[in-house]
Design a binder for this molecule. Sequence first.
Ligand SMILES: *[C@@H]1O[C@H](CO)[C@@H](O)[C@H](O)[C@H]1NC(C)=O
Length: 246
Amino acid sequence: MNSLLVCVVTLATFCNCLQFPSSFKKCDKRRSDFNDCLSGVVYDTLRILDKPLKSHGLPSLHDVEFPSDAFLEIGNSTYGLLQKISNYRLIGLSKPQSVKTRLDFGPLISTLTIEASYPELTWECQYEGHGTAVLLPLNVITPVELIMDNPTFIFTIKLEEYYKGAVYFKAVESELDMNRADGIKYDFKRLFQNRRLNHEFNSAMNEKGLQILGIFKHLQGIFAPHVTSIFNSFLEKVPVAELFVE
Ligand SMILES: *[C@@H]1O[C@H](CO)[C@@H](O)[C@H](O)[C@H]1NC(C)=O
């Protein structure tokens, strides 16, 4: 191990006292505008996370890649169509239009609710279909893009306090509601070789946009633990006293 690395590691071990970037504002718990203040902080933080924030162990939220166990499989290749949607990426989470945040302090568990609204969010995934679609044999793997129009994502995070030299928060549970949007556009890139058919198929999907969105509900359960761990990589480094004026 070279000496610079030893030095950095030693510093990191002894100085667990991360300084908040000055662009983050500390909100006063006792003030009536606490939640408005917090909304501003969360908005700014999301914007800052367009790029990763290495000092706080936070990944960029501009382009979030889902773990490979996040996939949806439906149907049957012998009787009908076996469909698999995988390799999810969510693009644009760092660019909210508005954010409403509320933190309800409890004796044991505090609840943080973040409602983030976006002009647009894009999912990029891989679609696989094997079997028949209305008797027409189909065997295809294609990229697909889903564009949500005016979505609002609601994150509910349960926080528990613990003491390790100072009081820290730990996210113990997260819930996610990603099903609010004004519309959704589907763009299967190469579902059919016939480009006109492909185009018309996407148009037909778009007409039923929101009706089809429900099928992606399962993603919420898969994404939630991911959200919990992103929050924790931040919270374990920053004591509560650095977050709020108490
Ligand atoms: C499809 O479903 C039928 C009826 O439930 C079942 O017998 C068959 O094994 C399934 N085929 C595949 C490939 O899963």
